[in-house]
Design a protein around this ligand. Structure first.
Ligand code: SF4
Length: 310
């Protein structure tokens, strides 16, 4: 397999994702979130389109199970500014929609709005990420990603076009975006927009992103650094906070989801009882609608797509 790979949850034994493929049209990510986990594997670089992406996708689609969902954007945002130029996500999505593949798109990008018409035709659900409503704070932790207000507008457009949406409210970072009231307000806003599934998780530090946070967040960063150094527990290459602290961080979000009747889940926390996890999947794959019967390998003729590979 070249670009479509069985999803690897960074080797985490705590991952509860159902089996799915991951697909990342770009490598690197121009959104430059301080807390990004992917940088520890690929370093810090802006989004670079993968070479021969469409050709490789065609190759892989002929070899994969058509019933298994494809999660676009697991380690690099599929809608960075570069997507306006290269249109790799758009081309992949058009192809996947046409052959009835089940697609889940994870993104902070607002260029996504351009592709709503394609999403409407296909078996597509979207899980945008929002970590705060505070524009100033968002600029600090996700410096080049679209502001939260714009992401809320995109969510609203998706809902009004009947495209299923779940929202990733993650990561929750102690001292940074953990204000109880603000988190409750964020969930209330999402409920008001018609979102009925959220997934949340705490920040799990990697050595490189913890240092970035320390340098980039001033005094807050220093406190955060000390907290993870003093209280952190190593789990498969990540530094987790003790379970009690993680529960305290997530509780306002889960409480608010319950209050608004929204399905909720936690991601890689080991919190799997109904109190913390009340949805058919943690990642939102259960939201993917079936509008087109998935075509089997014999039925698909994708070679004409190769002409679009420039
Ligand atoms: S959008 Fe995702 S992949 Fe891109 S920098 Fe932020 S956390 Fe990393």
């Amino acid at each position: 397999m070249r670009v479509l790979r069985p999803f690897d949850p960074w080797n985490s034994p705590l991952c509860t994702c159902p089996f799915k493929y991951s697909l990342n049209p770009y490598t690197g990510c121009s959104h430059m979130c301080l807390y990004c986990y992917a940088t520890s594997y690929i370093g810090i670089k802006e989004s670079i389109p993968k070479r021969n992406f469409i050709k490789n996708l065609v190759h892989d689609l002929k070899r994969t199970n058509p019933l298994v969902p494809i999660n676009i954007g697991t380690s690099s945002d599929p809608y960075p500014p570069e997507e306006s130029i290269y249109k790799l996500t758009r081309r992949a999505l058009t192809m996947l929609a046409e052959i009835g593949r089940k697609v889940l798109i994870t993104t902070k990008g607002t260029i996504l709005r351009r592709d709503i018409n394609i999403m409407k035709r296909g078996n597509v659900a979207v899980t945008p990420t929002i970590t705060t409503l505070d524009e100033k704070l968002a600029k600090m932790i996700e410096p080049k990603a679209p502001p939260p207000k714009e992401r809320l507008n995109v969510i609203s457009s998706l809902v009004s076009n009947n495209i299923p949406v779940g929202v990733r409210v993650d990561p929750i970072i102690p001292y940074v975006n953990d204000d109880n009231k603000e988190m409750e307000e964020l969930v209330a806003n999402l409920a008001g927009l018609g979102v009925n599934f959220i997934v949340t998780s705490t920040y799990k530090a990697k050595p490189d992103n913890l240092v970035r946070m320390k340098k980039g967040l001033g005094e807050l960063g220093e406190r955060l650094y000390r907290l993870y150094k003093n209280k952190g527990i190593k789990v498969q290459g990540y530094i987790y906070l003790p379970r009690g602290m993680r529960e305290t961080l997530l509780n306002p979000i889960i409480k608010s989801a319950k209050k608004h009747g929204i399905e909720y889940a936690t991601c890689r926390e080991g919190l799997t009882t109904k109190d913390w996890f009340n949805a058919p999947s943690c990642d939102g794959t259960h939201l993917i609608p079936i509008k087109i019967k998935p075509k089997n390998k014999m039925e698909i003729n994708l070679d004409r797509w190769l002409a679009s590979e420039g």
